[in-house]
Design a binder for this molecule. Structure first.
Ligand code: ZN
Length: 147
C-alpha cells in the first residue's frame, strides 16, 4: 500500500517545512538543547507554562526532516495541554517508536502517527525522539522545581 506511505511522507514534509512553531521564544519559562551527533540534529526547545498548563511550545535549530517534523508535531500536540498530559504523551511516543507493538496514540498526538515508518529504521528513531528526549529533560527540571 504505497498510497498510505505517500500520504505520510507528505504529512512529514509539511511539518518539516512549517515555520509555525519554529522560532526562538524569548520569554520562555523553559529552554533546553538537544543534540543527536549521529545525524547532526541540534535543536532547542522552548516551553511556556502557566499554572500546570503548557501554553506555548516552540523549537529552533537544524536537523533532518524526521527530526524537525517530529519537533513541529511535538509543539502542535503539547500546546494547550497540561503537564500530566505532556508526561503521558511523552511515554506513549517513546513506546510508539521502540515497543514491539505499536500503541494507540491519543487524538491530541495529532499527525505523529505519520512517523510510524521510522520504526523500521533504528538510526532514524534517534532523530524522531530528539525533541521528545529534550522535552523529558524539561519535565524533569519542572519536577525538581528548578527552571
Ligand atoms: Zn536526524
Amino acid at each position: 500500500m504505497n498510497l498510505e506511505n505517500d500520504l505520510y511522507k507528505e504529512i512529514i514534509l509539511d511539518h518539516y517545512k512549517s515555520k509555525r512553531n519554529r522560532y526562538i521564544m524569548e520569554d520562555a519559562d523553559y529552554r533546553e538543547e538537544g543534540v543527536n551527533p549521529s545525524c547532526g540534529d541540534d535543536i532547542e526547545l522552548f516551553l511556556r507554562i502557566e499554572g500546570d498548563m503548557v501554553t506555548d511550545v516552540s523549537y529552533q535549530g537544524v536537523g533532518c526532516s524526521i527530526c524537525l517534523a517530529s519537533a513541529n508535531m511535538l509543539c502542535d500536540a503539547l500546546t494547550g495541554r497540561n503537564v500530566e498530559e505532556a508526561q503521558s504523551l511523552l511515554r506513549m511516543v517513546k513506546s510508539f517508536f521502540t515497543a514491539d507493538q505499536v500503541p494507540d496514540l491519543p487524538d491530541y498526538a495529532g499527525d505523529l502517527v505519520a512517523l510510524e515508518g521510522v520504526r523500521s529504521y533504528p538510526v532514524r528513531i534517534k532523530c524522531a525522539l530528539l525533541s521528545w528526549s529534550t522535552l523529558e529533560q524539561i519535565l524533569s527540571q519542572m519536577e525538581s522545581g528548578s527552571s
